[in-house]
Design a protein around this ligand. Sequence first.
Ligand code: GDP
Length: 305
Amino acid sequence: MVRLRDRLARSGSPLGARLLSVLSRTDLTEDDWDELEETLLLADIGAGPAGELLEALRTRVRVEGVREPAAVRELLRSELLNVVDPTMDRTIATTRPVVDGVAKPAVVLVVGVNGTGKTTTVGKLARVLVAEGRTVVLGAADTFRAAAADQLTTWGARVGVETVRSDREGADPAAVAFDAVAKGSRDDVDVVLVDTAGRLQNKAGLMDELGKISRVITREAPLGEVLLVLDATTGQNGMQQAKVFGEVAGVTGIVLTKLDGTAKGGIVVAVQRELGVPVKLVGLGEGPDDLAPFDPEQFVDGLLG
Ligand code: GDP
């Protein structure tokens, strides 16, 4: 997996630079504070967390009289960490999908709107798990688009794992998911990753479909994790999607993709706050190795550059 910090720093995320440039001015005026707020909002950090961050900064700048650039950076770093990771629980274990310590196979259902990067994420995650010595089966339960199963099968072949699919377009996605998990059980596989379709036009339909997939899977094995894939470049739109999927799919973790294509990394903060669900993985490119565990410290250091 790539290092989150290096990749974010390379994408030149300007959030940290802009914040630091304002904070290093002597005698910050109300206009300066407004500019800071705007910078945070433009980075999709969300109004609530932005307000908290500013309040904390204001107090400390005033009370501690921090001025020296290195000290301002440290202050900003610690306050950003507070909003990114309020629990201070920075163990990697909590940022990885649950594939250990559960009955075999661990089933990971991957949901989200089409185009957000679900299939690519399943492929990348399979690669990581295989590199760690685990056995994996993929389930192509996005039966809505024929091309989706082809794309997943290609990823499977690339990574060296089998893909369970139906050749019939419009086949029952729950049946494909069941077959994949059943194969995983039969073959004593460690992890089954199930890719799904994500049509948001009809919330009731989506709920029915994902509900049925979950029910059918749990006849064969417990559902270990439901990962919601969100495209970081879609900003507040992504939040709306997150809420819908949060309601219908019992999401247990977020994968935030395309962080390489945006300076709006603040969406990580907004999503965690809004959904109360941790960002577990981030996508940093289209290649097979462009997946990283979400690590708050690396993330903040990447933002600050
Ligand atoms: P799905 O419809 O949700 O399964 O989305 P796909 O996996 O087909 O991805 C849609 C597009 O986004 C493809 O062109 C992917 O290569 C691209 N993509 C996925 N993840 C990332 C990422 O982390 N960074 C970038 N830059 N592109 C990504």
